[in-house]
Design a protein around this ligand. Sequence first.
Ligand SMILES: [Zn+2]
Length: 186
Amino acid sequence: MCVMQKVKEEKSAFISVMGKSLERIEDNQHRLDNAEGYSEVWEIVKANVKQVLHKQRKGMLLFLDDMPLRLGAYHPLGTNNLVLNRTLVTIVEATAKSRKLLNAFVYTLLLHEYLHALGYVEEAEVRPLVYQISKNCFGGEHIAAKLAEQGPWSILRGLPLDSLRAPKRVMEIVKDFEKTNRRYIV
Ligand SMILES: [Zn+2]
């Protein structure tokens, strides 16, 4: 095979790989930007982790609780539970006024806790992984990658978080968080 032919083939293989990953990024962006509710964001989190890290864990449950605003979410070790700060999500929902931003915020928090649940215990390990996965799946310019890079609290910059008080309500479970049925079977 002549050199030019080889270069040409390598170039077209490269373009085809690039095209596929661009397509995947656009698909991910579209899904996350338009996701309606926790379980749709969760599906994306799981699919992204599976794709990048080839790991998955089924049967997770999501709880909402009112917590101090410096805490976004947590995963009690040894359980299948993720607990998300309902007060914080409510504030982001009210301030962001955009589904896209709210979804990216929830995505970042759920991805972080999911990585803990998968056995990545150290913060120093989880944070860069959240950024790597977000960048890989949405592209570096997407809000999910920006939030992962700058920290999810960056969208609340300027808000007097310490002086905000919210009533403490009972912890609730998010129904049908993990879909056991296939997407289109009703
Ligand atoms: Zn953490």
